[in-house]
Ligand binder design. Structure first.
Ligand SMILES: Cc1cc2nc3c(=O)[nH]c(=O)nc-3n(C[C@H](O)[C@H](O)[C@H](O)COP(=O)(O)O)c2cc1C
Length: 381
């Protein structure tokens, strides 16, 4: 039998043990670190004897035993097997995203299958109605709101957003804007937007205390995402970085000074990013989610939560007459630094922006015409 190392394989140390973790099929196994060397010998299809020839210093018994364990775990695949074909397919599909993206995706997939009742990780689907095994671990819960008591504060105006534009209009008017007039956004407008997107709407009893809800659905109502505001042009606010304290409806000044050049730099040198009036960095405080959901799958929910907030931000900004923008391309460590985050348990996920949009956007893509459609495969032939 000829064997090859799975292309979809990640090895790491966890709690002192060396772990060989094939995905999506296969199981993670704690093995002696010599397993890494044995796996290296199966870079290409080889029989165990051929591999043993490359591993002269290991005894045949050690190799035989390790090969059996690695085959069982799915780390070594048999030539011509279904698993080997699927492994090739996955490696081809995920391509340059491997191993980071595919490992996270598959290692956190199917986590609700095959667990005896009561052993399954809790799906992050709300405090009520979680299945057996979803009991929140005992111990103190982290604070619901982030606060910077020592920071100078601006209590924001409390005039609620005028959101009377029909939903249909807002939905179809929403566009990503990259051209802005440069006119400052009023403090009233920024305050209304922050309250509508990030402020608490109501409080619910989760059985162990209160949680709050926002206008966006958020996994388990954990509200792990905080909003940090980078101000370039907002009347009444000096340029700088602020934290939005949703409990107090206040901006807490973290650092003074912020320039259009700095904004573009933070957004991976995208030129449009020098033009919005303000930015909102969505940063996850992981502990708020992980204290309830120890499964690493819950990190997916943090990303989904950020997407929900991003969409609510875009729609609300549109309804308020602003042009929204967003980017996943930003300098993570530098953005974290501007927000005063240590970037360990409190880390930026998404960067949003808005300003008064130019009526005639220079950077807007033209509508697709005949030439564009000619160059496009609409459906597989
Ligand atoms: C998660 C996400 C990340 C994005 N990142 C960028 C970006 O880095 N730079 C950019 O110019 N636009 C970015 N966009 C905007 C998209 O290019 C835009 O949404 C898309 O072209 C469709 O246009 P529309 O938003 O006007 O419908 C991003 C959008 C989303 C949802």
């Amino acid at each position: 039998m000829r064997l090859r190392r799975s292309r979809c394989l990640t090895c790491y140390w966890h709690e002192g043990a060396f772990v060989v973790h094939p995905h999506p099929h296969g199981t993670s196994m704690e093995l002696h670190p010599a397993a890494a060397e044995i796996l290296t010998a199966f870079d290409e299809w080889s029989t165990p004897d051929e591999a043993a020839g490359r591993l002269g210093h290991l005894t045949p018994d050690t190799i035989e035993e390790a090969v059996a364990a690695l085959v069982d775990a799915g780390a070594l695949l048999a030539q011509g097997s279904t698993a080997a074909r699927r492994d090739e397919l996955i490696a081809g599909q995920w391509g340059a995203w491997m191993p980071e993206a595919s490992f996270f995706h598959y290692a956190t997939s199917d986590v609700y299958d095959g667990h005896p009742a009561g052993d399954a990780p809790a799906p992050p689907d709300g405090e009520a109605g979680d299945p057996a095994g979803a009991e929140a671990p005992a111990g103190p819960l982290p604070p619901l709101f982030t606060s910077h008591p020592a920071a100078p504060r601006v209590l924001l105006p409390r005039r609620p957003a005028e959101l009377r534009t029909p939903l249909g209009e807002v939905l179809y008017d929403r566009r990503t804007h990259r051209d802005f007039t440069g006119a400052p956004v009023s403090l009233d407008t920024l305050a209304a937007l922050l309250a509508a997107v990030f402020g608490p709407v109501d409080f619910i009893d989760c059985g162990r205390g209160a949680l709050y809800r926002r206008t966006s659905p958020q996994g388990g109502s954990r509200q792990e995402i905080d909003a940090y505001v980078g101000v370039l042009g907002v009347s009444g606010l000096s340029p700088g970085w602020y934290h939005y304290n949703g409990l107090l409806h206040a901006l807490e000044l973290l650092s003074e000074g912020f320039t259009p050049q700095d904004a573009a730099h933070l957004c991976a040198d995208q030129s449009w990013a020098a033009r919005p009036a303000f930015f909102v960095v969505l940063a996850a405080r992981l502990e708020r989610m992980s204290v309830k959901y120890p499964t690493p799958r819950a990190y997916r929910v943090c990303l989904l939560d950020a997407g929900h907030l991003g969409q609510t931000f875009a729609l609300t900004a549109t309804a308020l007459g602003l042009g929204p923008a967003q980017t996943g391309a930003f300098r993570d460590s530098a953005v974290a630094g501007r927000c005063g985050l240590d970037n360990t348990g409190h880390t930026p996920l998404y960067v949003l922006a808005a300003g008064h949009p130019e009526p005639e956007a220079r950077d807007a893509p033209p509508p697709a015409g005949v030439a564009a459609f000619e160059a496009t495969t609409l459906v597989a032939p």
